[in-house]
Design a protein around this ligand. Structure first.
Ligand code: MLT
Length: 429
């Protein structure tokens, strides 16, 4: 008799974005005449830039020749891409990262999920609340969560770090010892950031407690303000305690192509039960060689082209396009009277839902009244209740139209507007 991994039975419902997709499909089937605009999942809409396309076309042609054909590549990624990442993402910022500390993969979601393979079930895990659901669910699947409490919508053994307007969306250091800490900045879902000094506190905590920080910086390309670190390795001491996850999905529109990387400096160590230090870089390398055959040569050539002069120019134009969408969402909603966070250093805008309704009720209302899809804050964790996320990755036309529709459907209890055009008062939809 085959026995299942019963930890899976401890998971709640389906994956957040699948639940939303199902709801939207049902709505569109029942209302075929409605033009639904999707600003839910953070999926890009701008096509792959010409520099990347050209490099991929060349790679396709190479693969058709006797001399240029490639079979299995290095599991960790081709040296040309690992070196391009080192030079452009790290050395240019004065950060010391070596080629053999970069592991190219097919996505940051998979990397964030797979990294838990290296750690025993006994680790205490800390996540922010709200959080990108993958961090939590993969720990539930691998037996690190303990039981689910439906009353609080939390798991017994997980240490939750609330991030709400009350603490300016900055998690406080844990009051007890935790071993594995997930941080994502610019943050998904709240769109907020930490300064270097604020991040330093976490690095210091991790050093003191022999913890590991999993730092997801998939959205770093959206940072516009000074003194906001793009990489955790800008912080002194982080090479000893941090693993960084990066992706080409949001920076270069690779959500459909699939290419990302993990950075594991050689100094980062885990421990055996007896307290012996073990290199996590070595363990991850071993895992990668066993379970992965690498990203396709064609995709890696495309990723390398992002770092060419024209590639940089083209992907930066796309980022600027999404930034402008974020600005349109943020200012439009503020004018309509909503309280809005994020959107400045991030493609995500996090808004307070009108008083008296839940995030999912707001989702339903927005779908029915404005035919706009977003993501309910409570889907990211209990402290996400009362909030709602909109993504700036839509087209300009759809973004503008979605905001017009939301503004038309929403009413402020006070009809007058302040001098800056911002409505004041209670908002209803
Ligand atoms: C999101 O919408 O949170 C992200 O697109 C999900 C992901 O990157 O997997």
């Amino acid at each position: 008799m085959s026995q299942i991994n019963e930890n899976f039975l401890n998971l709640q419902d389906s994956y957040l974005f699948s639940t939303i997709a199902k709801k939207v499909t049902k709505y569109t089937q029942e209302n075929p005449d409605k033009q639904v605009i999707k600003l839910g999942i953070g999926d890009v809409t701008k096509p792959i830039v010409p520099a990347v396309l050209n490099a991929m076309h060349e790679a396709v042609n190479e693969m058709g020749t006797k001399e240029g054909f490639k079979g299995y590549g290095p599991e960790q990624g081709y040296p040309f891409l690992r070196q391009a990442i080192v030079e452009n993402e790290y050395q240019k910022r004065g950060i010391n990262i070596q080629e053999d500390e970069i592991f190219v993969s097919d996505g940051a979601k998979c990397d964030c999920g797979n990294i838990v393979d290296l750690f025993s079930e006994n680790n205490k895990v800390a996540i922010t609340d709200p959080v990108y659901p993958v961090y939590l669910d993969t720990n539930v699947m691998s037996g690190r969560s303990g039981d689910y409490n439906p009353k609080t919508d939390t798991y017994e053994n997980i240490y939750y770090l609330p991030v709400t307007a009350e603490n300016n969306f900055k998690p406080e250091l844990p009051k007890e010892k935790v071993d594995l800490i997930y941080l994502c900045f610019p943050n998904n879902p709240t769109g907020t950031v930490l300064t270097k000094e604020e991040l330093k506190k976490w690095v210091d905590y991790a050093k003191q407690n022999q913890s590991i920080i999993f730092y997801d910086s998939a959205y770093e390309a959206f940072i516009q303000e000074e003194n906001i670190p793009h990489s955790i390795y800008e912080v002194e001491g982080a090479r000893e305690v941090a693993i960084e996850f990066r992706s080409f999905s949001k920076t270069a529109g690779f959500t459909g192509l699939r290419c990302a990387y993990v950075v594991i400096p050689k100094e980062v160590k885990g421990y055996t039960k007896q307290g012996k230090e073990i290199s996590l870089n070595k363990l991850w390398n071993r895992r990668t060689c066993t379970k992965f055959n690498g990203v396709s040569y064609i995709t890696q050539k495309g990723a390398e082209a992002i770092y060419s002069e024209e590639g940089q120019k083209q992907v930066k134009e796309n980022i600027q396009y999404y930034r402008e969408n974020a600005r349109i969402i943020k200012t439009g909603l503020e004018k309509a009277g909503f309280t809005v966070y994020g959107g400045t250093n991030s493609p995500y805008v996090w808004l307070k839902v009108p008083e008296g309704i839940t995030s999912w009720e707001f989702f339903d209302k927005l779908l029915e009244k404005a035919n706009v899809v977003g993501t309910p804050g409570s889907g990211f964790g209990p402290h996400g209740e009362g909030y709602f996320r909109l993504t700036a990755f839509g087209t300009r036309e759809n973004t503008q139209e979605a905001i017009n529709r939301i503004c038309q459907s929403s009413q402020s209890s006070q009809s007058s507007q302040s001098g800056d055009g911002v409505k004041k008062g209670k908002i209803t939809l």
